[in-house]
Design a protein around this ligand. Structure first.
Ligand code: GDP
Length: 202
């Protein structure tokens, strides 16, 4: 069983004062609303109901912390880029993200989930910038890869790879098919400092 299958919900924070203690290492998941972030978290942890898909995109401004045991965590950041969100909520999102990225010494990596048909939105670039400023590596999941032909998915992958600066990696992913789950766990292992294990013990 993979470590990720032991993920358990810790808390939801609506403001920085509610973040869990800043110990050990954590990797944050970011993504535009509806990109497939909750589905990716659920596929990687193998826990269908771990991250709940929101009924009202962009309105749930919570940072959700999940424990992987021994001071390692996955963090679900609120989605962005939903057109109908009022300015007050947008401002709150910016404040929460700035606080999160500037305060967390345990932040060891950022995973950005992008719909492979609409990658690298303005919000996605902002998240990559925040990661760069915080000095942490970024890994991109181009999800819903099942929606594209093999050729088009490869082309999307290469196009994003060409736009990236150093310290960011990118892969194709499909929560629906389970494509890329092992590769995503490998990227998380690197960022969380987990030692590689023999595949048969996963
Ligand atoms: P979030 O808002 O980023 O958390 O997105 P969700 O995980 O709630 O997914 C948004 C929508 O995309 C839902 O209808 C999902 O069923 C769908 N979805 C998510 N991942 C995939 C995928 O890999 N393939 C396909 N075909 N649909 C997906």
């Amino acid at each position: 069983m993979s470590r990720y299958q032991h993920a358990s919900f810790m808390t939801s924070a609506a403001r920085p004062g509610q973040f869990v203690p800043d110990r050990g290492r954590e990797v944050a998941f970011a993504g535009r609303s509806n990109a497939g972030k909750s589905s990716a978290l659920n596929a990687i942890t193998g826990r269908r109901g771990l991250a709940r898909t929101s009924k009202t995109p962009g309105r749930t401004q919570l940072v959700n912390f999940f424990s992987l045991g021994s001071d390692a965590r996955l963090v679900d950041l609120p989605g962005y880029g939903f057109a109908k969100v009022p300015e007050t909520i947008r401002r709150n999102w910016r404040h929460l993200m700035q606080a999160y990225f500037s305060q967390r010494s345990s932040l060891s990596g950022l995973l950005v989930v992008m719909d492979c048909r609409r990658p690298m939105s303005e919000g996605d670039r902002q998240m990559l910038d925040l990661a760069r400023q915080a000095g942490c590596p970024a890994h991109i999941l181009l999800t819903k890869a099942d929606k594209l032909s093999r050729g088009k998915a490869q082309a999307a992958l290469l196009a994003v790879r060409r736009q990236l600066e150093e310290a960011a990696t990118v892969q194709l992913f499909s929560a629906l098919r389970g494509t890329g789950v092992a590769e995503a766990r490998g990227a998380l292992d690197d960022m969380l400092g987990f030692k590689k294990r023999a595949p048969e013990t996963e």
